[in-house]
Ligand binder design. Sequence first.
Ligand SMILES: [Zn+2]
Length: 293
Amino acid sequence: MSTKLYRRMIYFLAAMVLPAIFLLHSCSEDDNVFVVPGDPIEEDYAIHFIDVGQGDAIFVETPEKVMLVDGGWSDGSVVSYLEGLDIEYIDIVIGTHPHADHIQGLIDVFYEFEVGEVIDPGVTHTSQTYYNYMSVIDTYDIPFTVGRKGMEWELSEHAHMKLVHPVNPTEHHLNNASIVAHVTLGEVTLLLTGDAEENAENQMLSEPELLASDILKVGHHGSNTSSQMAFLEAVNPAISVIQCGADNPYGHPHGPVLERLDAIDTDVYRTDLHGNIVVIIEDGVHYEVHTHQ
Ligand SMILES: [Zn+2]
């Protein structure tokens, strides 16, 4: 082989083959795409972890019903996000517990959208925000359900929700009164934990088989009060989402929680770093994570 030809081959390799290998490699390493076992179905879903700063707001879309779990603060961010999705009617709204970073934004939601049903743990709080929240529900005469473990809702033909907490909540510890919802979307499962802390997690661990989920909304904004190892191992999520604000005064998410998430080998997404986090589920078995700053 002449030196010239040899050099051309090297150039060809460098120009064509190496980028192709790199492309294949990067595709196979695309860690935003997941597949769960099961037969594909004719339903698609979306889960929106809305960036509301230091608070929670999760919107779940199915072909039949849509559901909002918490509404963040009253800064309009949830209302404008839902308007951007052309939402007019929300079948189910869950206020996981009466703290303002979960229910204050729901007051605006009740003003702006027609709501089919509110689910709430039914524990009272002395704050003005909680009073306003209950007043608006009353004013619009929105059907109100006190949520308890074991209750179930159909969301579409292949989607449903089951509450795994609380059993006997008290107003003396509002975080541990949190409604925890296990949502099944085709074959993909999602656990929404509100601000449930260790005591609530221990109660749920009495039936760990109810907790296993592909996607976890990490409890209490990634606080070390929550996400103990036994609980994370029971859920065993492929992806974990932390909803917290940048530079929040609580230091959420706490380092030990990030270490425990690392130990269970789950992909972590954070609203303070990634903005809005949207999981698109296709055919009930494929899902893909998109982040939008
Ligand atoms: Zn909170």
